[in-house]
Design a binder for this molecule. Structure first.
Ligand code: CTP
Ligand code: MG
Length: 238
């Protein structure tokens, strides 16, 4: 029997956010993690993969940092314009893939620029588990802590059943055509979608969750980068 092969896939990296919660002197994707910037680490996992068809990064038009990185001249990385919201950036990335010749049925993996610790084993698991799926899905992690619903006065209203709650991570993997239609429809009606799965849900689809590693962390606040930097140094000195 021939081993199962992961399908060919495209990647869109939205990287046009300002990182307001990070309160740094530049957008968080350009902060250093060891010797390189966060976005360079993020790109590594995909560029190393034999089934990768190409990558699009969505960069704010006035971004002075991206052009200075060595990867800006990598011929496998294409640049699209960032938009006002994350979903606008992703839509521009999908349009760029279309112009590059990607097919509506091709798989697209959307992955946050600020999520630099994606493990290759998680990427392969996502690709293999969703290869034959009619909708697609996302890496996610079951909620670990006890969850509370809290009122405006800062007091607990109730404890939420955590057994049915998952944290949505990226990559999120959908077919180019279906994802584009879902994002455009959401945008037209003014629905706020913070990830691609929400747009698909809004379009009536049920994305599948694929359990991933909890350390596929998105850098959101300063302590996230401190944690990742400690991990990075510990791995290098082992
Ligand atoms: N993003 C984007 N275009 C936007 C907003 C966000 O491409 N208009 C990207 C970010 O660069 C990031 C990813 O979407 O890689 C996830 O968003 P988030 O963590 O919210 O990043 P920021 O919006 O930059 O951070 P903040 O919300 O703290 O300002
Ligand atoms: Mg944001």
């Amino acid at each position: 029997m021939t081993p199962r092969q992961p399908p060919l896939f495209w990647v869109v990296i939205p990287a046009a956010g300002v990182g307001s919660r990070m309160r740094a002197d530049r957008p968080k994707q350009y902060l250093q993690l060891g010797e390189r910037s966060i976005i360079e680490h993020t790109l590594d996992c995909f560029l190393d993969h034999p089934a990768l068809a190409g990558v699009v990064v969505c960069i704010a038009p006035d971004d002075p940092y991206w052009p200075r990185l060595p990867c800006a001249s990598n011929v496998r990385i294409h640049r699209a314009a960032g938009g006002r919201e994350r979903s606008d950036s992703v839509l521009n990335g999908l349009q760029c893939l279309h112009e590059l010749g990607a097919d509506a049925c091709d798989w697209v993996l959307v992955h946050d620029a600020a999520r630099p610790n994606l493990a290759r084993e998680d990427l392969d698991k996502l690709l293999l588990e969703l290869a034959g799926d009619s909708v697609g899905g996302l890496l996610a992690v079951p909620a670990r802590d006890t969850l509370k619903r809290v009122g405006a006065d800062g007091r607990v209203l109730e404890t939420v059943d955590r057994s049915v709650v998952w944290q949505a991570f990226t990559p999120q993997m959908f077919r180019l055509g279906m994802l584009r239609e879902a994002l455009e429809a959401a945008l037209e009606t003014g629905v706020q979608v913070t990830d691609e799965a929400s747009a698909m849900e809004w379009a009536g689809q049920s994305p599948r969750v694929v359990e991933g590693r909890a350390d596929n962390l998105k850098v959101t606040r300063p302590e996230d980068l401190e944690w990742l930097a400690q991990r990075w140094h510990a791995d290098r000195t082992q």
